[in-house]
Design a binder for this molecule. Structure first.
Ligand code: PGA
Length: 250
């Protein structure tokens, strides 16, 4: 697991956008695993800016999102479907049928989870998975305690995650209690992983991720077991890790 330290959110986003663009330009059929949340929004804006300027084509690209809330329709403004269209897909030339996001309103949600995993297996895992990290170290919606061999499944969100995500809803009670998410095993099938972290609220999770053994208490620490994982973290997100390292060297 490689750590790339950057100054702030803007530099992190620039790094991620260039990384993704390199993949798209070198393989027009690249299979991208995408994430929602505040962290990748600026990265997506940069992809849109590039599309407008250079017309980098997504005609043959396919995308696979990490997760979706259970119980809300794809066209609900708070769904992750809506998020992805609003922040990226509406502005680039990706065909609708090449966008894969779990359907949180499926009549058989457990079947939906196995179907989603089947899709990931059919493509042999995504080529590049973009990840954020939760304040509690979660990746996708895999909360602490999730076994590392879990595939796409239904989760009950922790209070801390619902509180963190309540900024998008009228109130915390409106945040769905369940979600469908790629599991840790699904994420590990990716050929490459790029995890982004920005801001002080991520400092504890980044510290936990890099210190000690990988442990289900910090799901992101599983990336230590992946041969091709890069973590791009800004100064605030690495602050606790750096402070601890400099203390142990003094
Ligand atoms: P954020 O969420 O990008 O909104 O901080 C990341 C996550 O919870 O994985």
């Amino acid at each position: 697991m490689k750590l790339v330290k950057v100054k702030g959110h803007e530099e992190m986003s620039e790094f991620a956008a260039n990384y993704i663009l390199d993949k798209v330009k070198s393989n027009c059929q690249v299979k991208l695993g995408l994430a929602t949340g505040g962290t990748p929004v600026r990265t997506y804006e940069m992809l849109i800016e590039d599309f407008r300027r250079n017309y980098t084509s997504y005609q043959n690209v396919s995308t696979y999102n990490l997760d979706e809330y259970v119980g809300i329709a794809p066209d609900d403004p708070n769904s992750y479907h809506s998020f992805m269209f609003k922040h990226l897909f509406d502005y680039i030339n990706i065909p609708r049928e090449k966008v894969y996001i779990p359907n949180g309103l499926s009549a058989d949600i457990h079947q939906e989870a196995s179907n989603y995993e089947y899709i990931i297996d059919q493509i042999g895992g995504v080529d590049l998975q973009l990840l954020g990290i939760g304040e509690n170290g979660h990746i996708g919606f895999n909360e602490p305690g999730t076994p590392f061999d879990t595939e796409t499944h239904i989760v009950t969100l922790t209070e801390s995650t619902r509180r963190a995500n309540s900024r998008y809803f009228e109130s915390v009670d409106k945040v769905p209690e369940k979600a469908i998410t790629m599991g840790i095993a699904s994420i590990l099938k990716s050929k490459e992983i790029l995890l982004l972290a920005s801001g002080e609220s991520k400092a504890e999770a980044i510290y936990q991720m890099f210190t000690g053994e990988s442990s289900i208490d910090c799901p992101a620490s599983v990336l230590k077991n992946h041969p091709n994982a890069v973590v791009v973290a800004d100064e605030k997100a690495v602050s606790k890790l750096i402070a601890t390292m400099s203390m142990s060297h003094s």
